[in-house]
Design a protein around this ligand. Sequence first.
Ligand code: DLL
Length: 448
Amino acid sequence: MGHRASLHLGTAAPTRAMLHADVETLPREQLADLQLQRLRATVADAYRHVPLHRARLDAAGIAPEDIRSLDDVAHLPFTQKSDLRDHYPFGLFARPVDQLARLHASSGTTGVPTVVGYTAGDLSRWADLMARSLACAGARRGDIVHNAYGYGLFTGGLGVHSGAERLGAVVVPVSGGSTERQVQLLVDFRSRVLCSTPSYALTIAEVAERLGVDLRASALEVGLFGAEPWSAGMRSEIESRLGLHAVDIYGLSEIMGPGVACECAARNGLHGWEDHFLFEVIDPASGEPLPEGEAGELVITTLTKEALPMLRYRTRDITRLASGRCDCGRTHQRILRITGRNDDMLIIRGVNVYPSQLEAALIGRPGIAPYYQLVVERRGTLDHVGVEVEAQAGIAAEAHAAIASDVAHHIKSMIGITTEVRVRATGEIPRSEGKAVRVRDLRPKVPV
Ligand code: DLL
């Protein structure tokens, strides 16, 4: 518990200059004009070069010239992950392969990967947006940026890398894993910025503590954490153990990669970069757009992508949009913290629950460490959730039952569901080196 009782060193918001101040503060009417002009060009380009988009637009009776206002986006057909899989590998690309500069891919659970492509221009715009996001989070030219996102087909490593270089920072391309070495490099290089998944940031904190290294006394000041959902409690945990200011960053490979949206000093939602993307929130069941402020599925249309223009891509991510004034002066809409994905939602005796809600109820309960896994089973006709948590170091096994009952009560009162909580000994819950696996789903698979 020592780390919790100590001061939150270095968590004050660092002062930050806007990298693209003119666009970041563009009055909303001008932003809308720019979006409309780019939307029309994107739809025309997708229509001309991508047979799937052309067929769907034709079937919906929409010609690119029919887009006269931003509201017309609601008439466009959706695109989803299965479209990329069904046209594996390059079927949704709007440019021939010899005009591409890079491919990324995500493995997915069904076997067929999702492949995304970039022209040199796409890579350059991505580096710009990622640099803008880093600056928005508080990173500066000349900073040492420890980049522990995985390098390779995953967009996290190379996406952050190019953005940090574009900003004029010094990148340490360490990727995930070999955590003891990472701790040493963080200290020796005096890195000011840490980029990783939130769950891996906690792994780094834990390994440092075990090695007797106090990272709160290191040069770290800013963390950009994303690629998986994380709760406010997880943010305080990371901040108090690493002594930095933790900022949420969002993105997805189908749209670009990291840097689609990022929090500013106000940490009141993530500014979605509207000069390059058009954001909507829809009712996931009906597909109808929802009024601003209502929770639903985030849908994104790209406005400047050349190789892989996306029309109304259904992200499956659940959030709300806010476009009111932000204290930082940026005019771009805010995407509020992503609570989870449609496909991760559990229905427990009729109550819809996201793993991140369980995380919010767990983190900070007395006696437990911030590591957990949810085990979902079918018992008879009902889904059942087992919550595996880990005792804090030094807690005697005799105390486990009392801790389990406290956690189960707390979940029941916060979320209204009954769970079976099991307290494990220190180190028994697997540690993350990238995206954490939070749910073990043991329910029988429904044939599709
Ligand atoms: O995770 C890109 C990324 C890398 C974002 C590094 C941020 C930092 P994918 O592997 O395609 O791309 O996974 C995208 O991850 O649809 C969300 O479900 C989830 N996700 C990403 N960022 C956040 C976040 C990268 N800040 C999927 N909060 C998305 C919650 C997030 N979920």
